[in-house]
Write a protein that binds this ligand. Structure first.
Ligand SMILES: Cc1ncc(COP(=O)(O)O)c(C=O)c1O
Length: 321
């Protein structure tokens, strides 16, 4: 295992092995613990650096990516940032295709890291900062067009097993090691579902009694079978109201939880003020969901969550007023 104190040949090796922190202040009046994995410690300040590294490594190993070939992917910003870092270091030109609804910091950061950023207009009824499944379809269409035009490798985060593998091989086992395996419950806000799927598979392999819950936005909880009444929620990076997530294994889903925009934002603010953890909406959603678990069926137990990315990625939004 590479340790953070080692000398690395590149920033790629600095991806992962992130700290796990006990949210002892937020939970002080509760029975139970929430352990939070600070994924903004990776070079691109998000958990998606892990999948970028894995997608490129797996494609190289399978002979699917030729030296100097262009890589293209649809992104809400975090996967694109990871790919910009990995592709920049390895010499693959990278094109990030993103909805204009995602925060502007993300596009600027990807450009700074050497990516070509293609921004796609939102649907006429959509609102900046609120990317819907419909907006994402437009981005998907543009991505497919660019892949064809440039003969590019599609780093398809919704389809490629590498997304799952990044978390199955690394994030999950790191948490098991850091907790000594003492975990009762895991909950995770799903975008592609790769983080949930990989961690849940690792946890259940370690101990089938560990319960795993998918977190969805209130009003866009399609995976739990509800109809979508609020597709333009604020929790960036997921909750796209896609009824099928190919990476998700239903056998590993013990239940579904819902979090509102307000709960996610309020918890992100509490994380900053009370725990010194500067994160985004989806991290707030994960912690809010975990609190709900500790207050009901999992009293006195240990929950683990991912702190998906940095609050710096939301400076242009009203998350921080
Ligand atoms: C900030 C943020 N949170 C949550 C997610 C969802 O993660 P996953 O795609 O592994 O389900 C993403 C994915 O892009 C993200 O960027």
């Amino acid at each position: 295992m590479v340790k953070k104190t080692d000398l690395y040949p590149s920033a790629i090796e600095a991806i992962g092995n992130t700290p796990l922190v006990n949210l002892a202040r937020i939970t002080r009046k509760m029975d139970g613990r929430i352990l939070a994995k600070l994924e903004y410690f990776s070079p691109g300040f998000s958990k998606k650096d892990r999948i970028a590294r894995q997608i490129i490594a797996d494609a190289e190993a399978a002979g699917e990516l030729a030296a100097g070939q262009t890589v293209v992917e649809l992104t809400s910003g975090n996967t694109g940032t990871g790919l910009a870092i990995v592709c920049g270091i390895k010499g693959y030109p990278f094109v990030a295709v993103m909805s204009k609804g995602n925060s502007v910091e993300r596009a600027r950061m990807m450009s700074a890291l050497g990516a070509e950023v293609v921004l796609v207009d939102q649907l006429p009824a959509s609102v900046p900062g609120q990317v819907s499944g419909g907006d994402l379809e437009l981005v998907e269409h543009e991505t497919q067009k660019i892949v064809k035009e440039r003969g590019a490798f599609r780093a398809d985060q919704f389809q490629l097993k590498s997304n799952f593998r990044a978390h199955y091989l690394n994030t999950g086992p790191e948490i098991i090691r850091q907790t000594g395996g003492q975990i009762n419950v895991f909950c995770d806000f799903a975008g592609t579902g790769g983080s949930f799927a990989g961690c849940a598979a690792a946890f259940k392999e370690h101990n089938p009694a560990i319960r795993c819950f998918v977190v969805e936005p209130e009003g866009a909880a399609i995976l739990s079978g509800e109809s979508v009444t609020y597709p333009n929620h604020r929790i960036q990076g997921g909750g796209y109201a896609m009824s099928l997530l190919p990476l998700l294994n239903p056998a590993h889903v013990d239940g579904y939880l819902q979090v509102s925009d307000g709960q996610a934002a309020e918890m992100a603010r509490r994380l900053a003020r009370e725990e010194g953890i500067f994160a985004g909406f989806s991290s707030g959603a994960n912690v809010a969901a975990a609190i709900g678990l500790l207050q009901t069926s999992f009293k006195g137990q240990t929950a683990v969550v991912l702190i998906c990315d940095s609050g710096l990625k939301y400076l242009s939004t009203d998350l921080w007023e």
